[in-house]
Design a protein around this ligand. Structure first.
Ligand SMILES: Cc1cc2nc3c(=O)[nH]c(=O)nc-3n(C[C@H](O)[C@H](O)[C@H](O)COP(=O)(O)OP(=O)(O)OC[C@H]3O[C@@H](n4cnc5c(N)ncnc54)[C@H](O)[C@@H]3O)c2cc1C
Length: 362
């Protein structure tokens, strides 16, 4: 009556996205459609939309100490954040596809699921993406991969501080950026000293580590042989906290439901991943997989913006008829649709390339 559209819920984001369904078939994951239909119905449900809203309006809170003054370095989230993570992990959108063989379509199906979940809420896609991306980098060291990969592939979401070996599911993050060096990670100053136990002790800081509540972090630091990649669990195998101090959370413009921290290392224990001096070459495998998800996430945001715009102009009238019937508005929406379909096709093409790449699966 007030010429205001109702909220956009309970629509089928697969049926109205032929670029996605065509790409699924073209890139070898057509048989994933039934499972994706289930996820598609979930992400447009009123319940899911409400959880997404709540996760965004109740940002994470850092607790550096407990009430007795003991350091805890833990982040508290609204229950709706956990609801989102449980669905994403339960749908295998993190490390699960790495169990498949090259060309099985698992990465393409996962890409489509990630794109659907991104249309619901993009902040929680960050830890999901980093966990997905950590696996090929971890495979530089068979022992570390054997220790962590099963947890990273598990479809159980297990939040909280505990030794990784005792948890039913794990999430991973990456710590590269320092104050004096963002893109230029060679400027990193965090030091890693070899210890007698065969591990390393890290001292220094990171300026931007997202999802600091995750279980393990691929981290760059300067070892005697140069910039090197390390794996740092947040809790050590003996149950004690690793020396990773969360200093504060970023007050970000976007990605607000997710936590991103400034951290300091106080003799934190790290396991070397790859050779000393080959840190960039090692972690770049993780970085490039997160960049695939940046493409998927961008396509997903374009898509949901298109859906909202198309819905709005269908139900909003101006100058005597629905906006969708106004010729100029039709060209605007058609332009958006074209951009969206191009972005979706490109993103899925990239996911198909990862799926077929035997090197990435080694
Ligand atoms: C939401 C969010 C989450 C993040 N999460 C993480 C995380 O989990 N882990 C982590 O390690 N980091 C994280 N970062 C940090 C991110 O990786 C850095 O912001 C990024 O590497 C860029 O570094 P910088 O911001 O210091 O910019 P700079 O490196 O200082 O670059 C400034 C500008 O110069 C441009 N530029 C840089 N080099 C060149 C060049 N050679 N030629 C031309 N232009 C150039 C850049 O594109 C940029 O526009 C996150 C950032 C954001 C915004």
């Amino acid at each position: 009556m007030a010429n205001q559209p109702a909220p956009l819920v309970d629509y089928d984001p697969l049926a109205c996205d032929p670029a996605l369904t065509a790409a699924l078939a073209r890139e070898g994951a057509g048989d994933a459609l039934p499972a994706l239909k289930h996820l598609a119905a979930l992400v447009t449900s009123e319940e899911a939309r409400e959880h997404a809203r709540l996760a965004d309006v109740h940002p994470p809170v850092l607790h550096t100490h407990d009430r007795y003054g003991t350091r805890i370095d833990e982040v508290e989230f609204h229950p709706s954040w956990h609801w989102l993570l449980r669905r994403a992990v339960g749908s295998g959108l993190h490390g699960t596809p790495w169990a498949g063989e090259p060309g099985s379509g698992a990465h393409v199906a996962r890409a489509a699921g990630f794109y659907l979940m991104g249309q619901l809420e993009s902040g929680h896609c960050c830890p999901i993406s980093m966990t997905y991306a950590a696996v090929p980098a971890l495979r530089h060291d068979p022992a570390l991969a054997a220790a962590y990969e099963p947890g990273l592939r598990s479809t159980t979401y297990a939040f909280g501080l505990a030794p990784p070996a005792t948890k039913a599911g794990l999430l991973a993050g990456m710590s590269m950026t320092e104050k004096q060096g963002g893109s230029d990670v060679r400027a990193n100053t965090t030091r890693a000293e070899p210890s007698r136990e065969g591990t390393y002790r890290l001292t220094g800081h990171k300026w931007f580590t997202s999802a600091p509540m995750n279980d393990l972090f691929l981290t760059l630091a300067q070892a005697p042989g140069g910039l090197t990649c390390f794996v740092l669990p947040r809790v050590l195998p003996d149950g004690t906290r690793n020396g990773i101090r969360l200093m504060r959370l970023k007050d970000k413009l976007g990605n607000r439901s997710n936590a991103s921290a400034e951290i300091e290392y106080e003799s934190a224990v790290g396991w070397r991943l790859g050779e000393e001096g080959r840190g960039v070459a090692t972690i770049i495998e993780m970085v490039s997989m997160t960049r695939l998800d940046c493409v998927l996430g961008s396509a997903s945001l374009i898509r949901v913006a298109l859906s909202e715009a198309a819905h709005h102009v269908t139900h909003r009238s101006a100058f005597g008829r629905p906006l969708a019937q106004q010729p100029l508005m039709q060209t605007v929406i058609a332009d958006l649709a074209l951009e969206s379909e191009a972005a979706t096709a490109l993103a899925m093409r990239l996911a198909g390339a990862v799926d077929r790449d035997g090197q990435a699966h080694r």
